[in-house]
Design a protein around this ligand. Structure first.
Ligand SMILES: Cc1ncc(COP(=O)(O)O)c(C=O)c1O
Length: 419
């Protein structure tokens, strides 16, 4: 059996369609993925939104090599280490909302799962029956059970619906009526938690809403003492041109979930940040009131070393300039493409570009244009993975103007092929 045949035979991939072909990648460098058979594919989505600084960044690789001389892993209960301490301190300093403590885990789903559990236990510790959870229609927070419960029902979650807990879903906040509906939900004495993706619902097709709407939602939640959880798994670490999307609002969340870009694409790592209010509700030696939760790879030292190096790059003026340049290019391309008869909607925020393509089926992940678009881009050696009929670009921050233009040109070319 060759490698592809072995892959088909032994490996179960995420969102695997039976017997589908996977491209074997031998090497990554900068914005490119090099295939085993010599192709060079431009990674226009930062490999599922994680590789902020491209592939095999020298600084991050060096930091990991250095860390390898000291410690690869240690149990994180009863023990600690410098890379995790440094990372937690840095995150608390740069996160909006005066975050006080960081709880590490290993992916985006666990970071939201942990945020929910912390919020639920916060109320439990106070003997308050504030068990009602509110989320936004179209939300995606991961594939574990808590995360699925607070996400859009239907689609991916159908087989699991009988096992998901009840949630009040608020319409997508693109009109003022949503605020009244949200206030009604928050007013009831059992309202306890509100979870949301700030400003951009990634998996729902990079759906964007205004900071002023989010501000109003958070203000309402705070008025009724509802804990606010910002899921910044996708929007965090510079994606929206602010370091975190929550910075667009004056009023800040109580908990922030992070993952994806945190290590620059080197290791799985999740982080759940909490403010003083949440942290202090667990400040007890009573065993039934502490947070009894943990993962084996929590705060893996190599992952933390990678994250510290990634953060340093992210905060450099070079990376900040690069992000601004991407956003200027995206804005110019939106202006150009929005009149295209194949485009229903074109939007951009920071380094995120999203184009909703017209066709006779509703906009959704399951829209039949997905396969066509994905294949056509790959034929041009460009990795874009449309969310149904929504083409989006979420490039590594090191992408050059020429490389961006190559993506834009491919998009126009592929749009022309649509009947
Ligand atoms: C907003 C958001 N939250 C959570 C997740 C889940 O992250 P992971 O795939 O690392 O479990 C994702 C993944 O796309 C996401 O976009």
């Amino acid at each position: 059996m060759n490698l592809s045949e072995k892959d088909k035979s032994f490996v179960w991939h995420p969102f695997d369609i039976y017997n589908s072909e996977n491209i074997i990648i031998k090497k990554g460098s900068g914005v490119y993925l090099h295939t085993k058979d010599g192709r060079k594919i431009l990674d226009g989505i930062s490999s599922w939104w994680v590789n902020l600084h491209g592939h095999r960044n020298t600084k991050i690789s060096k930091a990991i090599n250095k860390q390898l001389r000291y410690l690869e892993h240690v149990i994180f209960a009863g023990f600690s280490h410098e890379p995790a301490i440094k990372l937690a301190e840095s995150l608390c300093k740069i996160l909006p909302g005066e975050m006080q403590k960081i709880f590490f885990s290993d992916n985006g789903s666990t970071s939201t799962e942990i945020a929910l559990k912390m919020a639920f236990q916060y109320w439990h510790n106070k003997n308050a029956k504030k068990i009602k959870v509110m989320a936004l229609q179209g939300a995606y927070h991961g594939d574990t059970f808590g995360a699925m419960s607070v996400a859009e029902r239907g689609g991916f979650n159908v087989p699991f619906e009988p096992y998901l807990f009840d949630v009040v879903f608020i319409p997508f906040p693109d009109h003022d009526l949503v605020l009244d509906q949200f206030e009604v939900a928050c007013k009831s004495t059992d309202a306890g938690v509100f979870i949301y993706e700030p400003l951009v619902q990634g998996s729902a097709g990079m759906r964007m809403y205004e900071p002023k709407m989010l501000e109003k939602l958070i203000l309402i939640a705070k008025k009724y003492d509802v804990i606010c959880i910002a899921d910044e798994v996708m929007t965090g670490f510079g994606r929206t041109n602010k370091l975190f999307a929550s910075e667009f609002c004056q009023t800040k969340p109580d908990i922030i979930c992070l993952s994806k870009g945190i290590t620059g694409g080197y290791f799985p790592l999740g982080a759940t940040a909490v403010n003083t209010r949440i942290a202090e509700s667990f400040a007890t030696k009573q065993i039934d009131k502490i947070f009894l939760h943990g993962h084996s790879y929590t705060a893996n030292p190599l992952a933390c070393a990678a994250a510290n190096a990634s953060l340093e790059i992210l905060l450099s003026s070079e990376s900040t300039q690069n992000r601004l340049k991407i956003s200027e290019n995206h804005i110019a391309f939106v202006e150009k493409i929005k009149g295209n008869p194949k485009i229903k909607n074109a939007k951009t925020l920071g380094t995120i570009l999203a184009l909703e393509v017209k066709n006779d089926t509703d906009t959704s992940y399951f829209n039949n244009l997905r396969e066509f678009l994905y294949t056509e881009f790959l034929k041009r050696d460009i990795l874009l993975r449309p969310l149904g009929n929504v083409i989006y670009v979420l490039p590594p921050y090191i992408i050059s103007e020429n490389q961006l233009n190559r993506i834009y040109a491919a998009i126009e070319e592929v749009l022309n092929l649509i009947e």
